[in-house]
Design a protein around this ligand. Sequence first.
Ligand SMILES: [Fe+2]
Ligand SMILES: [Fe+2]
Length: 259
Amino acid sequence: MNILVLGDIFAKYGRKLIIDELSSIKEEYNIDFTIANGENIANGKGVTRKSTNELYEAGIDVLTGGNHIWDNKDVYDFIQEEKRLIRPANFPPPCPGRGYEVFKVNKKRIGIINLSGTTFMTPIDNPFNTFDKIYENIQKLCDIIIVDFHAEATSEKIAMGYFVEKKASIIYGTHTHVQTADERILAEHTGYITDVGMCGSLDGVIGMDRDFIIKKFKSFRTSKFALGEGERQLCGCVFKVDDNSNRCVEVKRIYKIFS
Ligand SMILES: [Fe+2]
Ligand SMILES: [Fe+2]
């Protein structure tokens, strides 16, 4: 089975890129299942019903979240009922929504877990302990376990990779919007990459307009929020999972630029 994961899709620019290019990417890599990080799909901040539907229609099966998942209040209207939208499991109660879900794909039961890091991020519940608790609940219900670890620190991401090896078939990082070139297979079982990157403007600064961000860094003053445009980058990874062993046997990094 070939599973495609896409890095944070940023705002309308990123959504349009996915609408334009996803079907040919899926065909090129013979994809069976597609997961994307969606924390920034609505104007760079959070999710709305409209923006999630647009991406499901474009061919994304499941959207995961991150620290920005609550930025648009629309999310509270539908996250509880929407099985295809998963937010970090280590947000403490009473946060609505689900931190993991199991999907049936080609007779395989795929458990997707979303976790947030806590180093240089909001200090929510411990992601390592949260993984342990979820794994205990779902290991017998799943053939394949996939983790989106939404975290800032590369060290925390690498540590989580080793922590879940042989338990998860795939673990990948999101959040920094910058793709790393360290894809590999851990313990001949677990496909890994520290960060899959971002789908959106290449000419901006991690999705936002470059002048807006430079001004902010230079003067510490905020001006009108502006999104990046120009060339577009599509970042992702294809993980091939063996049908017999349920282990990841190949990782292919995708980094494509479109004008
Ligand atoms: Fe993001
Ligand atoms: Fe994030």
